[in-house]
Write a protein that binds this ligand. Structure first.
Ligand SMILES: [Zn+2]
Ligand SMILES: [Zn+2]
Length: 247
């Protein structure tokens, strides 16, 4: 938006992309989510800042506890290096993500991409900066059913982050798998084996940020990370908006 547009919007008020109410506020230059969300929705969408596992976002009952690794992440370290996320899959964030999955309206894509960008900027990260954004792909059959890949929409909204280019062709879903939610633990891992193929020419030597909307057990993200690492990726970081409250 140009300078006049920004002044007009703050004079006329804005419309909240979550609840549709008109509101005033959102300083130019401040966080983008403050220009897209009314103060009430912004409160409901506050990021989780404590009481979770820093490798997978699993939330603890003590919401004020310093982040510490959960049991499963201690006994079987995740294949990714850094994990960035916004908050638990619950409340207004859960509602917006469910709507987004079946209705990719532009305003909602912008809000969710803004929250993902802010989560990435906020996250503590180790090691050299990554350079490639890769959305978790859908199998072509599911893509045809739904019409769009919500992870790609999110990743597109992040493509403006400094140093990060978007490459949706780096990773493909080569096997259609039944939804994970219907399966038990060991079945889930078998279900996903060989589900992804990464393009060595696109990922070898690169630092990849794998983008998805929701993480449940993390099985899908693990299998996708392993495919990228096998194809020579230097590192894999994960960025998701939400994590389901428990396994
Ligand atoms: Zn609102
Ligand atoms: Zn964990």
């Amino acid at each position: 938006m140009n300078g006049l547009g920004v002044r007009l919007a703050s004079f006329l008020g804005r419309r909240c992309q979550a609840c549709g109410e008109a509101f005033r506020g959102g300083e130019p230059g401040g966080e983008e989510s403050a220009r897209l969300l009314c103060p009430g929705c912004r409160d409901l969408l506050a990021p989780r800042r404590a009481g979770y596992c820093p490798a997978c976002g699993l939330c603890y009952a003590d919401a004020a506890a310093e982040p510490y690794l959960c049991g499963p992440c201690r006994s079987a370290p995740r294949p990714w290096r850094n994990f960035a996320w916004h908050g638990p899959y619950a409340g207004l964030l859960g509602e917006l993500l469910r709507t987004f999955k079946f209705n990719a309206r532009l305003g909602l894509s912008r809000v969710l991409a803004a929250l993902a960008r802010e989560a990435w900027e906020r996250a503590a990260r180790d090691g050299p900066a990554p350079d490639l954004l890769v959305p978790v792909p859908l199998h072509p059959r599911r893509l045809a059913e739904r019409g769009y890949n919500q992870s790609l929409l999110l990743a597109r909204g992040l493509a403006g982050l400094p140093g990060l280019g978007l490459d949706p062709a780096a990773l493909a879903r080569v096997r259609d798998t039944p939804p994970q939610a219907r399966l038990a633990g060991a079945e889930r891992r078998d279900n996903l084996r060989g589900a992804f193929a990464a393009d060595r020419g696109r990922v070898a030597g690169r630092g990849v940020v794998l983008v998805d909307d929701v993480m449940t057990t993390g099985g899908t993200l693990e299998e996708a990370s392993l495919a990228l690492l096998r194809a020579g990726a230097r590192s894999v970081d994960v960025l998701v908006l939400a994590r389901t409250p428990r396994e």
